[in-house]
Design a protein around this ligand. Structure first.
Ligand code: DX5
Ligand code: ZN
Length: 223
């Protein structure tokens, strides 16, 4: 069996955008492995966040790889802009792509790693044909659109089943989980096969500093 490195990917969605540089450097110095950037268009999901301009700004702030999660319709139209802005991994939603294989190929051709995301209600069988072509599968454990939502419990078994499918069709593929992860359930997510863990409100909140929160999450991984 392939050993997959555990990676923490703080999402800046609940960070203070007035102090974005500080917030990102705090994650980098606190031991984050990736910075997760949630791009929302107000159509695929209700919220609007930011586009390539902010991705480019973040790229100039940090050395960390940028994990760009596109929650937008017709992502094919914007892939080149996000690649140029410095994305390391570009993830598109399966539900947003009529020609998913073409979008995946475009991302590869742009020189980025490629991820495919699934909404909570999308059956994992739908990734069977695309699985051999991707570097990462992202299982949404909340409905996309907002930070700070509660983890949907049935997504634990979905993670397990997704890892099993990937072990069959693309064993080196990373499995990312996104939404509602904190110290109370991070270990469970790892045990069930996730290895790239998005953490938004568990990192950026008013309760403790970014580095304290990241340290607590690291500890919870092995607790
Ligand atoms: C939700 C986003 C997530 C979210 C994670 O649509 O994709 O990345 O910001 O935030 P938490 O960890 O607070 O659920
Ligand atoms: Zn995300």
């Amino acid at each position: 069996m392939v050993a997959h490195a555990v990676k923490l990917a703080p999402s800046i969605l609940t960070a203070d955008f007035g102090r974005l540089q500080e917030e990102i450097l705090a994650a980098e110095h606190g031991g984050a492995d990736l910075i997760h950037l949630d791009v929302m268009d107000g159509r695929f999901v209700p919220s609007i966040t930011f586009g390539p301009l902010v991705v480019d700004a973040v790229h100039r702030i940090t050395q960390l790889p940028l994990d760009v999660h596109l929650m937008i319709e017709e992502p094919e139209r914007y892939l080149e802009l996000f690649a140029k802005a410095g994305a390391s991994i570009i993830t598109v939603h399966l539900e947003a792509c009529l020609h998913l294989h073409r979008a995946v190929q475009q991302i590869v051709d742009l020189g980025c790693q490629v991820g495919v995301a699934l909404n909570p209600s999308t059956p994992i069988e739908e990734i069977r044909e695309i699985a051999p072509f991707v570097d990462q599968v992202l299982v949404m454990s909340v409905n996309p659109g907002f930070g700070g939502q509660r983890f949907i419990q049935t997504m634990t078994s979905k993670l397990r089943r997704t890892r099993k499918l990937l072990d069959e069709f693309n064993p080196t593929c990373d499995l990312e989980v996104d939404g509602g992860i904190g110290v109370g359930n991070i270990r469970d997510a790892l045990r069930n096969g996730a290895n790239v863990i998005v953490v938004g409100s568990a990192v950026y909140n008013s309760g403790a500093s970014v580095s304290e929160n990241l340290a607590a999450l690291r500890e919870a991984c092995s607790a």
